[in-house]
Design a protein. Structure first.
Length: 83
Protein backbone atom coordinates (compact mmCIF):
# COMPACT_ATOMS: atom_id res chain seq x y z
CA UNK A 1 0.00 0.00 0.00
CA UNK A 2 1.26 3.44 -0.90
CA UNK A 3 1.13 6.40 1.46
CA UNK A 4 -1.38 9.13 0.65
CA UNK A 5 -0.66 12.83 0.23
CA UNK A 6 -3.07 15.73 0.34
CA UNK A 7 -2.42 18.73 -1.91
CA UNK A 8 -3.82 22.23 -1.82
CA UNK A 9 -4.59 23.68 -5.24
CA UNK A 10 -5.69 27.10 -6.42
CA UNK A 11 -9.41 27.03 -7.26
CA UNK A 12 -8.80 27.94 -10.92
CA UNK A 13 -6.38 25.05 -11.36
CA UNK A 14 -8.81 22.64 -9.72
CA UNK A 15 -11.62 23.76 -12.06
CA UNK A 16 -9.42 23.16 -15.12
CA UNK A 17 -8.43 19.73 -13.82
CA UNK A 18 -12.09 18.76 -13.35
CA UNK A 19 -12.60 19.40 -17.07
CA UNK A 20 -10.40 16.35 -17.71
CA UNK A 21 -11.85 13.52 -15.59
CA UNK A 22 -10.31 11.00 -17.99
CA UNK A 23 -6.91 11.71 -16.45
CA UNK A 24 -5.72 10.07 -13.26
CA UNK A 25 -4.38 13.17 -11.58
CA UNK A 26 -2.64 11.16 -8.89
CA UNK A 27 -0.59 9.49 -11.65
CA UNK A 28 0.21 12.88 -13.19
CA UNK A 29 1.38 14.16 -9.79
CA UNK A 30 3.42 11.02 -9.09
CA UNK A 31 5.17 11.32 -12.45
CA UNK A 32 5.92 15.00 -11.82
CA UNK A 33 7.37 14.17 -8.39
CA UNK A 34 9.50 11.38 -9.87
CA UNK A 35 10.78 13.65 -12.65
CA UNK A 36 11.68 16.44 -10.20
CA UNK A 37 13.49 14.00 -7.90
CA UNK A 38 15.42 12.52 -10.83
CA UNK A 39 16.47 16.04 -11.85
CA UNK A 40 17.57 16.81 -8.27
CA UNK A 41 19.55 13.57 -8.10
CA UNK A 42 21.21 14.37 -11.43
CA UNK A 43 22.13 17.86 -10.24
CA UNK A 44 23.53 16.46 -6.99
CA UNK A 45 25.60 13.94 -8.97
CA UNK A 46 26.85 16.68 -11.31
CA UNK A 47 27.80 18.89 -8.34
CA UNK A 48 29.76 15.99 -6.87
CA UNK A 49 31.55 15.27 -10.15
CA UNK A 50 32.31 18.91 -10.81
CA UNK A 51 33.52 19.62 -7.27
CA UNK A 52 36.95 18.23 -8.18
CA UNK A 53 36.77 19.24 -11.84
CA UNK A 54 39.52 21.12 -13.61
CA UNK A 55 37.11 22.62 -16.13
CA UNK A 56 37.83 26.17 -17.14
CA UNK A 57 35.14 28.80 -17.63
CA UNK A 58 35.68 28.42 -21.38
CA UNK A 59 35.07 24.65 -21.10
CA UNK A 60 31.84 25.30 -19.21
CA UNK A 61 30.70 27.84 -21.83
CA UNK A 62 31.37 25.34 -24.64
CA UNK A 63 29.49 22.56 -22.86
CA UNK A 64 26.59 24.92 -22.14
CA UNK A 65 26.44 25.98 -25.79
CA UNK A 66 26.36 22.34 -26.95
CA UNK A 67 23.59 21.46 -24.49
CA UNK A 68 21.48 24.46 -25.52
CA UNK A 69 21.99 23.63 -29.21
CA UNK A 70 20.87 20.05 -28.56
CA UNK A 71 17.78 21.25 -26.70
CA UNK A 72 16.90 23.63 -29.54
CA UNK A 73 17.34 20.79 -32.05
CA UNK A 74 15.06 18.49 -30.04
CA UNK A 75 12.39 21.19 -29.75
CA UNK A 76 12.58 21.89 -33.49
CA UNK A 77 12.28 18.17 -34.27
CA UNK A 78 9.33 17.72 -31.94
CA UNK A 79 7.36 20.89 -32.65
CA UNK A 80 8.75 22.14 -35.95
CA UNK A 81 10.39 25.45 -36.56
CA UNK A 82 8.45 28.63 -35.92
CA UNK A 83 6.18 27.18 -33.22
Amino acid sequence: EMPNMTLSLPEQLHKKMKQHPELKWSDVARQAFEKRLKNLETLAWMDKVLANSKLTEKDVDEISHKIKADIRKRIDEKFGRGH
